[in-house]
Write a protein that binds this ligand. Structure first.
Ligand code: ACO
Length: 443
């Protein structure tokens, strides 16, 4: 089943009504609610009551397993068919034919830029790569072994104090400026977080370099007068940013929308989204793959490891996906990318273990039956490691690419007349009304 619903005509087959008939067996009453785009509106169930003082029927859906929280025109996923498209364009075509900044423009503005639009867009983002000098002092305050993602989350939040007018979220010009600033500054903050953790001086942005090239420079420049990125690695990083640009209503996009729906400034909402990404079930999974490969250790231990997984003694990290039940289209692109990167960096010795794990798993009934295939994280960590990124930086790299998606989701939410402050209902199962006992009398 597709997780994104493609727009459909209101009716279904000739003579059929696009409605759902409901009989409430508690009362015998019948209701008819409209069906549109494969959904019913939850609020239409509120009329279903057992008495006048009944609140009305709600749906219970922890983790939003079957609830569309918004209408969106940004990303389409069909998990069964292994399809991922941004604004209608297949991910593999975008990865092959476009740069990350073109894709960021597409994801945020809805169309691919023409030459002038791209030049303007690139210029605006590039001229916002520098951060206020006080950000450095702020960064210096972190402990020497602070996790780079913790530093990233905090410094993104701190940007709101440097740009207080960003809270004018209904002003399109102010939103545009914030988009330039965030896209421009997140690679700088990410690289500064890394340099701080290494005890190395911060490297200022080089605006002559590409988006990915400049980031590599701010990460790895030592004493050379001008950093020249390796073109294969620069391109590979750019593609990885494209692959991570958006993934519809995932945990961090949902955080961006939910927190943004309070009309807080976008830097604070982005910090919330980045915090969601920090978790091992979301942006932290690629690091888990590397820890797993370390645990397996050698190729000859793969069989025993798979046996343990099948006996429930652990998971094959980087395998399986909530949405993709055929293959993850991003994993296919990444595997190809890995070959190009390893030609430059030398083969990551863990690749042999990964390939053997994949080979055995894809032939094994356990994994076939459960539709478990390599996901985007199975190979991305190996590439990042070969490029000399420490494992702690993996979620930060994810955040740089995902920034465009967060901004697109945030802006779409603000402009959607259906949206209000996100505020779910609950099923209260706690105590009924009771009296407070004085402290002296409590047992
Ligand atoms: N290794 C072994 N068995 C697995 C794996 C795995 N990686 N993933 C799922 N299974 C098994 C489950 O044990 C379950 O088996 P059962 O039916 O016998 O109980 C069955 O497959 C279904 O699994 P669920 O957990 O119900 O699948 P769900 O859709 O909830 O989980 C998830 C998806 C979280 C990605 C899961 O496959 C997993 O934990 N994978 C490893 C972690 C990982 O790689 N995460 C990255 C996801 S990509 C991203 O977020 C960018």
């Amino acid at each position: 089943m597709a997780t994104s619903t493609e727009p459909k005509a209101a009716g279904t087959q000739t003579g059929q009504r696009a409605t759902l008939s409901i009989t409430d067996n508690r009362t015998g009453k019948q209701y008819e609610v409209p069906v549109g785009n494969g959904t019913i509106r939850s609020i239409d169930l509120r009329q279903i009551k057992t008495s006048d003082d009944d609140f009305g029927l709600m749906t219970y859906d922890p983790a939003f397993m079957n609830t569309a929280s918004c209408k969106s025109a940004i990303t389409f996923i069909d998990g069964d068919k292994g399809i991922l498209r941004y604004r209608g364009y297949p991910i593999d075509e975008l990865a092959e034919k476009c740069s990350y900044l073109e894709v960021a423009y597409l994801v945020i503005n809805g169309e691919l830029p023409n030459k002038e639009q791209l030049a303007d867009w690139t210029n605006n983002i590039t001229t916002h790569t520098f951060v206020h000098e006080n950000i450095k002092k702020f960064m210096d305050g972190f402990h020497h072994d602070a996790h780079p993602m913790g530093m990233f989350v905090s410094t993104v939040a701190a940007l709101s104090t440097f740009y207080p007018t960003a809270k004018k979220i209904h002003d399109p010009e102010e939103r545009k400026l914030t988009i330039y600033r965030l896209l421009g500054k997140v690679p700088t903050l990410a690289a500064f977080a890394y340099r701080h953790s290494m005890g190395m001086p911060y490297v200022h942005p080089d605006n002559e370099l590409s988006y990915a090239g400049n980031f590599l420079g701010m990460m790895f420049k030592i004493a050379e007068p001008r950093y020249k990125p390796n073109q294969v690695l620069e391109k590979a990083l750019d593609v990885l940013f494209i692959l991570h640009a958006d993934h519809e209503q995932n945990c961090s996009a949902n955080a961006m929308r939910a927190v943004g729906s309070s009309h807080v400034d976008p830097y604070s909402a982005t910090a919330a989204a980045a915090a969601a990404l920090y978790g091992p079930l979301h942006g932290g999974a690629n690091a888990e793959v590397l820890y797993m490969l370390d645990e397996v250790g050698t190729k000859d231990r793969v069989g025993a490891f798979i046996k343990d997984v099948k006996e429930g003694k652990g998971k094959l990290m980087g395998f399986g996906h909530r949405v993709y039940k055929n293959y993850d289209p991003r994993a296919k692109i990444i595997k190809h990318l890995a070959d190009q990167v390893f030609e430059v960096t030398g083969r990551n010795p863990k690749l042999d273990i990964a390939l053997e794990l994949e080979r055995i798993a894809l032939e094994d009934e356990y994994f076939i039956k459960r539709k478990l295939y390599p996901n985007v994280d199975f190979y991305s960590g190996l590439i990042y490691q070969a490029m000399k990124f420490p494992v702690e930086m993996f979620p930060v790299l994810f955040a740089i690419g995902r920034m465009s998606g967060w901004l697109a989701q945030w802006q779409e939410m603000l402009l959607d007349g259906d949206q209000k402050i996100a505020r779910p209902r609950q099923i209260y199962l706690g105590s009924d009304k009771r009296e407070v006992t004085m402290l002296s009398q409590r047992k």
